[in-house]
Design a protein around this ligand. Structure first.
Ligand SMILES: [Zn+2]
Length: 333
């Protein structure tokens, strides 16, 4: 999650249409359960370790964490996207206001029926580095989303190995430069590997391992932001799959373009939404360790991280497998 800044308003175009929906009936529980606390913990203890030096954009520490992500995909039998030559999308310094060259990292599971239609699952893997000698490990921001993507990809791949590959393609996108200005997602959407017109949705995960002051009694919640802004279908999908498989409280407190915190504009989904791609942002809210050196792994609530990761998985699953892509019935203004 980016610090609050004023962003210039952006205007965009476009419409898309689709038809009546049917939902595939399939018992996902076997794959939902592959998203485990132990795997999430194993990954996060590495991604948010001091060795990664706070993952500031373009630093050696960030690049090292990127290598770990890539090796994890390789170990799970998941490759980079068709049409790419490796796991990296280079984001040049000039695009990022002089920050060092950096990379988005992408992995891909090709769809069986509509491979040209793409569901993006995104999380930023950069954080804010080392400040006054202190390493800011960003375990929640956004180590949590980073490791969630690894586990979601593994769940999709295990299903595929059993003959249940997704009908549409899934692009796992670990974006860079988020903390400095959502640069990686901005670069991707200006230089997309797959046409944006065929990019049916973005499920963006940024901070899902903690709780905020409004949920001191229970971590069984997640804020959803933006799900109904462009597509009623997307809102309905999130509600339905949560009821069917996960059952956590979907909290819409921040689900407004007018919310003074402007969370809708402060993470990477917005760069998809501004192109009228239906997007949903999963977020646990802020806490005292937000953008502090104390955002550490030992404060992560792994039961919550697991459930929210599972929720993101079933949302992406439904988007990838349902008969019709979500209808865009509203527009970003
Ligand atoms: Zn942040």
């Amino acid at each position: 999650m980016r610090s609050q800044v004023l962003l210039a308003p952006l205007y965009l175009f476009f419409l898309s249409s689709s038809f009546a929906q049917t939902t595939s009936s399939f018992d996902l529980n076997k794959y939902i359960s592959t998203i485990s606390i132990s795997d999430l913990k194993t990954h996060l203890e590495i991604v948010a370790s001091d060795e990664m030096e706070g993952r500031d954009t373009g630093t050696e520490g960030q690049k090292k964490s990127g290598v770990y992500l890539i090796n994890t995909y390789k170990n799970n039998g998941i490759s980079f996207p068709k049409g790419a030559t490796d796991f990296y999308q280079k984001v040049p310094s000039a695009f990022m206001n002089g920050l060092p060259d950096s990379e988005n990292i992408w992995a891909f599971i090709e769809g069986t029926d509509k491979p040209e239609e793409i569901v993006v699952v995104s999380a930023h893997y950069d954080h804010i580095g080392i400040i006054d000698g202190e390493i800011y490990n960003g375990a929640d921001d956004d180590g949590s989303g980073t490791v969630a993507l690894l586990e979601i990809a593994q769940a999709f791949q295990e299903a595929k190995n059993d003959g249940h590959g997704p009908k549409r393609s899934i692009l796992f996108l670990h974006v860079t430069g988020e903390e400095h200005g959502l640069y990686g997602s901005s670069y991707y959407t200006e230089n997309p590997l797959f046409p944006l017109a065929n990019t049916i949705s973005d499920v963006n995960i940024d901070m899902i391992g903690r709780r905020d002051e409004f949920h001191l009694k229970s971590n069984n919640y997640i804020y959803l932001i933006g799900s109904n802004f462009l597509s009623t279908d997307l809102y309905t999908i999130c509600e339905d799959v949560n009821k069917k498989y996960i059952n956590i409280k979907l909290d819409y407190k921040y689900n407004s373009r007018k919310d003074p915190n402007r969370f809708y504009y402060r993470s990477d989904h917005y760069n998809f939404a501004k192109h009228n791609i239906p997007s949903v942002f999963l977020f646990n809210g802020v806490h005292d360790d937000y953008h502090q050196a104390t955002d550490e792994v030992d404060k992560i609530e792994f039961d919550a991280l697991q459930k929210r990761t599972q929720l993101a998985f079933v949302i992406a699953w439904e988007l990838a497998n349902r008969k019709n892509r979500p209808v865009v019935d509203k527009s970003e203004k």
